[in-house]
Design a protein around this ligand. Structure first.
Ligand code: ADP
Length: 430
């Protein structure tokens, strides 16, 4: 474990989020959670891949170090490279080059660890986990549960390990926060033997965000997470709700896959499972076609042709009926989950809105809370209209249940959990 020796000076964590054809990364300094570099490579393996690299904490200026970056070109406060990155290894090498160019390369002694986002950790991974061959094999075993995501995550891990085999690498699982769900919330009411044979149960996703936001919400209330019950509404392109009691998740809206629950950008969310039999038997669609219909062509995009809430609001303002109905269906489902989780929690101290829609769309927050006064929810229109990147309360003073906007930060949470794991004695930042 000689790599841990540089503990006092090694305060940086590289966070990697590896998709099937993309690699997103952030380099964070855990002394204060600041970003030293943020970027992504997209279209890996295609004819023209693109790497965008920025240095946010230095105002996006990438001028330290000479500019001998080959085909690097100046861009909006960052550098952009196009060319072909045949695979994830080539993409990560290019990222390493960019970081080295800025004097913050993968070989610098300040780098303490790499934290990897892994989508599916099954039931076994309830905590961030130091990666070794056994852990890799276990993530591989979970591929049937996340056939699109886990192979891509594995690719990122294997590539990073090849580049820095001596460095601690940590897997942070999207499902981990939800492993505290009681059996009665996690199990579907189907034949137990069939469910167990095929590992069919509700796992939940977006866990890193739900963990971060529920904790930040407690902070906003000036309380310890163990003292508060929070409903977290993560409303991005994918969307999920969770009920968090005293810091532990007791229910969440996504299930075996991210398809269940709220209406999303392109996913249907909750649906009578018999719709799928009907599509197969009556409409003659294949299983793959149904999968694509429900995951890619449903939700807001299926209802009105747009999945961007800004565009939907614009169309509503112009009197577009389809956009109006899509919005109303989205809100109706959201309200049902707020009501359901109020019942699950018994007492709700706060409802926290987060992610792209939750943080930015004041109309969604207003409509979701409207009429729920009996549940203790109310909105202060002026506070709700304020645009800010900070956690903030948007309900009136004295409301029984606080309504809050709490920007999520999954990369910071992955870095925080990674850093805490590799040096238990180091101070963890908030
Ligand atoms: P994901 O990470 O799931 O791709 P995000 O959390 O980034 O999604 O959210 C993306 C969504 O946020 C967009 O599809 C858009 O609908 C919504 N969004 C972003 N900015 C605004 C805004 N100013 N007003 C309303 N919706 C917004």
């Amino acid at each position: 474990m000689s790599s841990y020796d540089a503990a006092d000076t090694a305060t940086r964590v590289l966070v990697l989020n590896s998709g099937s054809s993309s690699l997103k990364y952030q380099l964070l300094d855990m002394r204060n959670g600041s970003r030293l570099a943020v970027g992504m490579v997209e279209r890996i393996g295609e004819k023209t891949s693109r790497l965008v690299h920025t240095l946010p904490e230095s105002g996006g200026d990438s001028s330290d170090g000479d500019s001998s970056g080959g085909d690097s070109s100046g861009g909006d406060g960052g550098r952009e490279r196009t060319g072909r990155f045949a695979d994830h290894a080539k993409a990560l090498e290019a990222v390493a080059d960019e970081l080295a160019h800025d004097g913050i390369g993968l070989d610098s002694p300040e780098l303490a660890a790499i934290g990897h986002r892994v989508v599916h950790g099954g039931l076994g991974f309830s905590e961030p986990t130091l990666i070794d061959d056994g852990v890799l094999a276990e993530i591989e075993r979970l591929v049937p549960l996340a056939p699109l995501h886990n192979p891509a995550n594995l690719l990122g891990i294997r590539t990073a390990r090849a580049l820095r085999p001596d460095l601690p690498q940590v897997a942070v699982f999207d499902t981990a926060f939800h492993t505290t769900m009681p059996e009665y919330a996690a199990r579907y009411a189907i034949d137990t033997a069939t469910a167990d044979a095929h590992r069919i149960r509700r796992y939940g996703f977006h866990g890193t965000s739900h963990a971060y936001v529920s904790r930040r919400t407690a902070e906003l209330l000036g309380k310890d997470p163990s003292e508060v019950n929070v409903i977290v509404l993560h409303l991005g392109n994918g969307a999920s709700a969770s009920a968090v009691a005293g810091g532990r998740c007791v229910d969440t809206s996504m299930g075996l896959t991210p398809l269940e629950g709220l209406v999303m950008g392109t996913r249907s969310g909750d649906i009578d499972p018999a719709v799928t039999f009907h599509l197969r038997r009556v409409a003659g669609m294949s299983v793959d076609e149904i999968d694509e219909l429900l995951n890619k062509k449903s939700g807001l995009v299926g209802l009105c042709g747009d999945n961007d809430m800004r565009e939907i609001r614009r169309r509503i303002d112009e009197g577009d009926e389809r956009a109006r109905l899509a919005f109303d269906i989205y809100i109706h489902r959201l309200k049902k989950y707020i009501g359901a989780y109020s019942a699950v929690l018994g007492r709700v101290d706060a409802v926290a809105f987060t992610a792209g829609v939750g943080e930015n769309a004041a109309e969604v927050r207003e409509a979701a809370v409207a009429g729920l006064e009996a549940l203790g929810l109310a909105m202060d229109a002026k506070r709700n209209a304020v645009r800010s990147g900070e956690p903030r309360i948007v309900s009136p003073d004295g409301a029984r249940t606080v309504v809050a906007v709490v920007p999520t930060d999954e990369e910071l949470e992955i870095a925080r959990q990674t850093f805490a794991l590799i040096g238990e004695d180091r101070p963890a930042i908030a």
